[in-house]
Design a protein around this ligand. Structure first.
Ligand SMILES: Cc1cc2nc3c(=O)[nH]c(=O)nc-3n(C[C@H](O)[C@H](O)[C@H](O)COP(=O)(O)O)c2cc1C
Length: 220
């Protein structure tokens, strides 16, 4: 395998000032996400979710953000999956988003909690039926003999729930990351990027008031 030669990109789309996060970093993250959605970027809500296992070994995979508000960031998954087991053992995570066309990266770190059954039920009920059946059919992260075996499992759950609504599997639901650290990164020319890190110092109440954040510019 040869070296990875790829032309260097110069980043010149935007700039980030510390003042822009004055109303609270989550609001700025939300604005960036909304701008990524408005710009029609592919999978704008896809983020890397990093977890660790009981032995401190890091792991990471992509999930889709399904909520980003004053509480933090929300995604849904099978709680018996590898990531679900890791989060049960070590309830903390990091999330990273990269929107290449906007030359922006966002990093969130913080404790993770399970969303309430009510919230998970409401989200599950709004999913397409095929995804609901898939949530029952797939023991996410477990090995399976072949594709045909998976399709048999789907057929079984189709029969089981024929003619009625598909309830949320008890092991499927949402997680909320409550950020204690948020970094916004805007690419700039000559690798002199803008980085603003916000660290939660206002206690761990549910509402993130702007006054509760220490805001610092970091070197690129
Ligand atoms: C674009 C994209 C979006 C994904 N969204 C989710 C998601 O929202 N929830 C989920 O459980 N897995 C999602 N996945 C699959 C995960 O990356 C991963 O394969 C799966 O959750 C199993 O991870 P685990 O074995 O670490 O638990 C997505 C994958 C991609 C590429």
């Amino acid at each position: 395998m040869g070296p990875l030669d790829h032309p260097r990109e110069e980043y010149r789309v935007g700039a980030l000032e510390v003042d822009e996060v004055a109303d609270g970093p989550l609001q700025t993250v939300r604005r960036w996400l909304d701008e990524a959605i408005a710009a029609d970027l592919p999978e704008p809500t896809a983020v890397t979710l990093a977890t660790v296992d009981v032995d401190g070994r890091p792991d990471a995979r992509i999930v889709l953000l399904r909520g980003l508000d004053a509480r933090g960031a929300v995604w849904y998954t099978n709680r018996r999956s590898t990531k679900g087991r890791q989060l049960a053992a070590v309830p903390a995570a990091a999330l990273v988003a990269f929107w290449p066309q906007l030359e922006r990266q966002v990093r969130l770190q913080g404790p993770v909690t399970e969303l309430s059954d009510e919230e998970s039920d409401a989200y599950f009920a709004a999913r397409p039926r095929g995804s609901q059946l898939g949530a029952w059919a797939s023991e996410q992260s477990e090995p399976i003999a072949d594709r045909a075996a998976l399709e048999r499992r789907v057929a079984e759950v189709e029969d089981r729930f024929a003619g009625r609504d598909v309830p949320r599997p008890p092991h499927w639901g949402g997680y909320l990351l409550t950020p204690t650290s948020i970094e916004l990164w805007q690419g700039r020319a000559s690798r002199l990027h803008d980085r603003v890190r916000c660290t939660w110092v206002g206690g761990d109440g549910p509402r993130h008031r702007p006054a509760g954040w220490r805001v610092e510019r970091l070197q690129p």
